[in-house]
Write a protein that binds this ligand. Structure first.
Ligand SMILES: NC(=O)C1=CN([C@@H]2O[C@H](COP(=O)(O)OP(=O)(O)OC[C@H]3O[C@@H](n4cnc5c(N)ncnc54)[C@H](O)[C@@H]3O)[C@@H](O)[C@H]2O)C=CC1
Ligand SMILES: O=C(O)[C@@H]1CCC=N1
Length: 269
């Protein structure tokens, strides 16, 4: 079985390890590196997956999944470049970082696949977009696809769309959590206890998401079905329009896309 090492076991690295274990992958085929010893110890204990240093992971793994913050990439590449074995597949989950950064810093012909996942990976519901670097071919994309299909859905995209994808689905869960948080607050405003408000809103979110995912209908049709003439929903929609919520969403996602581009530029020559 392919041996996978996660380099940097923070939030998304842990989500991948945990998701792969839940999907039935053996702990013996997984390993991680983590610079905080306390965290490494806690992860080893919780998941039974071995924590190693970068050289140890590079010696054992067939696939190295880079999951450090973009700001921490340079020291990791300094460590990895002298120890990586030829042909090892490098999979980057880092926002903004182009495959050419890895290709420039790692030995010639290292295959690199850039991925933008999201945290619903923890529950097997990730949305991941993958792009091949210039040394990666169909076999590398298939390997990554197989890995990520175990923890959610996967789309292939050209690398020049990855900054937009990062703003849409990479950060996307945070926008939904933010909306849910605001809707629960509205419940509090209306005098509903927090516990009940949370249950009402979270189940509404689950139901709406299931209809979107499984019903095959456009969101506009689904919204119209809720919106009765002179009813309650249209009053709320009028307020959302008045407060520019749609324009705010467009501006927010554009700004996230711009930040992804900027993170990549910080590592240009
Ligand atoms: N959190 C999210 O929702 C998503 C994050 N990403 C990307 O995943 C990457 C990781 O993000 P998070 O998990 O949120 O960050 P995080 O800060 O939770 O995790 C990064 C981990 O890497 C460790 N680390 C840093 N340098 C290291 C080194 N040289 N060797 C070993 N370990 C090292 C840190 O101690 C930390 O535990 C980022 O590049 C981010 O852009 C991508 C999609 C979604
Ligand atoms: O906020 C971030 O930079 C990362 C990338 C996508 C989601 N979280």
């Amino acid at each position: 079985m392919t041996k996978i090492a996660v380099l940097g076991a923070g939030k998304i690295g842990e989500a991948l390890l945990s998701g792969l274990l839940s999907a039935g992958r053996s702990a013996d085929d997984l390993m991680f590196t983590e610079k905080h010893p306390g965290r490494a110890e806690a992860l080893e204990k919780q998941y039974g997956v071995e924590g190693l240093d970068v050289a140890g992971a590079a010696a054992k793994a067939d696939v190295l999944v880079v999951a450090v913050k973009p700001q921490d990439i340079e020291p990791l590449l300094d460590e990895l470049a002298p120890v990586i074995r030829p042909g090892t597949l490098v999979v980057s989950l880092c926002a903004g970082l182009p495959t050419k950064l890895f290709e420039r810093r790692l030995p010639d012909s290292t295959p690199v696949v850039r991925v933008m996942p999201n945290t619903p990976m923890l529950v097997g519901e990730a949305m991941s977009a993958i792009s091949a670097g210039s040394n990666a071919g169909e076999e590398h994309l298939s390997t990554v696809e197989e890995l990520l299909t175990a923890v959610g859905k996967v789309a292939r995209v050209p690398e020049n769309q990855q900054d937009a994808v990062t703003a849409l689905s990479g950060s996307g869960p945070a926008y939904f959590f933010y909306l849910v948080e605001a809707m629960i607050d509205a419940g509090i405003l209306l005098g509903i206890p927090r516990d009940l408000a949370s249950r009402l809103i979270i189940q509404s979110a689950v139901g709406a998401a299931t209809m979107l995912a499984e019903g095959g209908q456009h969101p506009v049709i689904l919204r119209e079905a809720v919106t009765s003439p002179a009813g309650t929903t249209i009053m709320a929609i009028r307020e959302l329009e008045k407060h520019g919520v749609r324009a705010a969403m467009l501006a927010a996602i554009e700004s996230a896309r711009d930040r992804s581009i900027e993170l990549g530029r910080q590592h240009e020559d």
